[in-house]
Write a protein of this length. Structure first.
Lengths: 113, 144
């Protein structure tokens, strides 16, 4: 299932996302966690140390490119393979969770929740 | 739509099937909820707190997500200190037909875990807030 947490900054959505990921993963479910909010807190709530969280490579948005398929539809394509993506940008959290963190947009209006 | 929002959505699609579940902490605000989000999200958890601006923002997200036909859509009531807090959220959610999947109490364990830079689940897995979130995990596991 693809689960998303939303809410105002400071609402606790990041704590919810990280904890839920850990709970599902501890029951032998393979989990991919995606930090789509440009703040590093998901890593911490997953159980990654502050030091390691500080060394995470953010994924630049250029990793996805708009292309036209055969039918002329515009589709988003990944510009590198899944294994390259995880090698370059993936982090490991407890309970074998994989984490990827999207890069910060320049505007800096993100919440802290 | 901003390129980074688009990239998050695109990545969720590309990486679906990588794990059994993906959990995405989405950016605060509504602007990233566009047509197409429903194709990329099966379950949306809208976190609300017991004060009006939070509830109102949650309700707007809920309406939009309903229009987008996201299959499993729930409010998560958070930082609930008193029965009055709980009732305020329940009354508001009922008025707007928002189902609440769980109620997370205000929990000092969360404050303390942050102070100590330990994940809440490692700091005290038996904390009341952890038990409440566990109900969502149970729900997801019953859906496979």
């Amino acid at each position: 299932m693809r689960i998303a947490t939303v809410g105002k900054g400071g609402s606790g959505k990041t704590t919810l996302a990280g904890t839920l990921a850990r709970m599902l993963a501890s029951r032998q479910e393979k989990i991919l966690a995606i930090d789509g909010d440009p703040n590093p807190n998901l890593a911490l709530t997953l159980g990654i140390s502050r030091e390691d969280a500080g060394n995470i490579n953010f994924i630049p948005h250029t990793v996805m490119k708009l292309e036209e398929d055969e039918a002329g539809e515009r589709v988003l394509k990944m510009t590198l393979s899944q294994s390259d993506l995880f090698q370059q940008y993936g982090s490991k959290a407890p309970d074998n969770i994989d984490l990827i963190v999207m890069g910060h947009p320049a505007d800096g209006t993100a919440g802290s929740g | 739509m901003c390129a980074s929002h688009r990239a998050v959505r695109g990545l969720i699609v590309e990486l679906t099937g990588y794990g059994k579940h993906t959990v995405t902490d989405m950016e605060a605000g509504l602007e990233h909820l566009k047509r197409g989000t429903a194709k990329n999200v099966d379950m949306m958890l809208i976190v609300v707190e017991p004060y009006y601006r939070s509830l109102e923002a949650g309700m707007r997200t809920f309406k939009l997500a309903t229009e987008l036909k996201i299959p499993h859509l729930y409010a998560v009531s958070n930082k609930v200190r008193t029965d009055a807090d709980r009732e305020a959220i329940e009354t508001f959610c009922k008025q707007h037909s928002m189902p609440i999947i769980t109620t997370i109490p205000y929990d000092e364990n969360l404050i303390e875990s942050e102070r100590k830079a330990i994940a809440p689940i490692d700091f005290n897995p038996a904390a009341p807030s952890m038990q409440a979130i566990g109900q969502i995990a149970d729900w997801i596991l019953t859906k496979g």
